[in-house]
Structures are given as structure tokens and as C-alpha cells.
Design a binder for this molecule. Structure first.
Ligand SMILES: [Zn+2]
Length: 151
């Protein structure tokens, strides 16, 4: 088992129900930028957030190779493709509450998006770029996804 930080393992970021349904497995090269980004995501944001909330964090989507991102309908520019994002849920907290605490922390996230009231998408900036600390709420209007600023 490969640890990314005290409470997160690589497996949590590569397991995928969609991949399983397709009969595929998500693999990642441990020398890749994507893997390095996952480590940074854990060490700089997810592990400190866990410490702040003192609750286990469940990763519902982590790293996505292109075939998986396509299968789940992710954006072509999704930070999941680069290992810079995770979708999370925390038992006993609403996604909005999780986002609220992250937004009011000093943690260096790039985007925090409450998606469809179901989970929180958290990303870090590309290496060398400043985190935007952007907080958004995504909802569906027909087939379109609408983003509004804030929670
Ligand atoms: Zn996401």
C-alpha cells in the first residue's frame, strides 16, 4: 500500500466504479507529474483539511486518465487528468459545510466547487502557479452546468 500522506493512500485516488464497470484499472506511474501532484494535493490541502475537521475524508473521484475522464463526462481541461483534483465527501457533513470550512481555512487550494449538492471538488494549482482559492457552486440547468461564485 502506497501512502500519499498520513491518512491517504494512492488506492483511494485510483479506485473507480466506472473503471471497474468498463473492466479496466487506473494505473499511475510513480515517477509522473500526475503522481507528484497527488502527493501535493494530499500534503498541502486534503491532509490539513482532515486535521482541521477531524473527520475522515472519502475520495469519490481522484486521478483520471483520459479514457476514464471521458467515461465520466469530465471536462477536457479537468484537473483530475493531471492528478490535481479530488472529489470528496465527509460523512456527517453536507458538501456545502465542507466547502465553507475549506473556504475559511488558509489552505492553498485552487478551486473548491460544491457540485450538484453531492460532493466537493477540490483542486490545487499547476506547479509554479498561484492557487486562486476560488469557491464555486455548480448546478444543472437542463443539460448545462451553471457555476455561480461562492456557496
Ligand atoms: Zn472533480
Amino acid at each position: 500500500m502506497i501512502s500519499l500522506s498520513d491518512n491517504f493512500t494512492l488506492h483511494e485516488f485510483t479506485r473507480s466504479q466506472t473503471a471497474a464497470r468498463l473492466g479496466k484499472r487506473v494505473t499511475i506511474d510513480l515517477t509522473s507529474l500526475e503522481y507528484a501532484n497527488l502527493v501535493t494535493l494530499c500534503k498541502e490541502v486534503l491532509q490539513p483539511l482532515r486535521g482541521l475537521l477531524y473527520r475522515p475524508i472519502t475520495i469519490t473521484s481522484g486521478y483520471r486518465p483520459a479514457w476514464l475522464n471521458e467515461a465520466v463526462g469530465g471536462s477536457d481541461h479537468s484537473a483530475h487528468l493531471e492528478g490535481r483534483a479530488a472529489d470528496i465527501v465527509i460523512s456527517g457533513m453536507t458538501p456545502r459545510d465542507v466547502a465553507f470550512h475549506l473556504a475559511h481555512s488558509g489552505l492553498p487550494f485552487d478551486q473548491c466547487i460544491v457540485e450538484f449538492g453531492q460532493w466537493v471538488h477540490i483542486s490545487i494549482a499547476k506547479p509554479g502557479e498561484e492557487p486562486r482559492r476560488q469557491v464555486l457552486t455548480a448546478s444543472k440547468r437542463g443539460n448545462a452546468t451553471i457555476y455561480k461564485d461562492g456557496l
